[in-house]
Each structure stands twice: as C-alpha cells, then as structure tokens.
Design a protein around this ligand. Structure first.
Ligand SMILES: [Zn+2]
Length: 71
C-alpha cells in the first residue's frame, strides 16, 4: 500500500490543507483509514472544546482563533 500527499478542503473553515503521506501512513498503522475532514487547526480546536472548559491558555487561544474565523 502506498501513500501520497493529498490536498483536502476543511469541512469547517474551507481551508485547503495537505494530508501528508506520513500522516496517512501513521493513521493507517492505527487502523484509521478515513481521511480527515478538517484541517489540523479545526481538529485541534474541536478536540480541546470537547475536553471541556478547563480554562487552559491553549484552549482559550484556540477558541478565540476559531471564533475569529467565523466572523
Ligand atoms: Zn479548518
């Protein structure tokens, strides 16, 4: 099985991002064959939102960044 870099459009913010062969291989090695639907930034923000309002600096910064994208 070979892996190639792939350009994907983020389902959340519409940004084109590259799903690299390395990431593809890494996920496949974990049994995850689905391609990501969101760019790394949106994925990160989502993950941190789900973790709840822990009030950490990074989750605050990511939320601020995300809300900025939607305005
Ligand atoms: Zn995005």
């Amino acid at each position: 099985m070979s892996f190639q870099d792939k350009s994907i459009q983020c389902a959340d913010c519409g940004t084109n991002f590259t799903f690299t062969a390395g990431e593809n291989k890494f996920l496949a090695s974990k049994g995850l064959t689905n391609e990501p639907r969101r760019c790394p930034q949106c994925r990160k923000a989502k993950k941190q939102q789900r973790r709840g309002l822990c009030g950490s600096w990074t989750s605050y910064a990511n939320r601020a960044m995300l809300s900025g994208e939607y305005q």
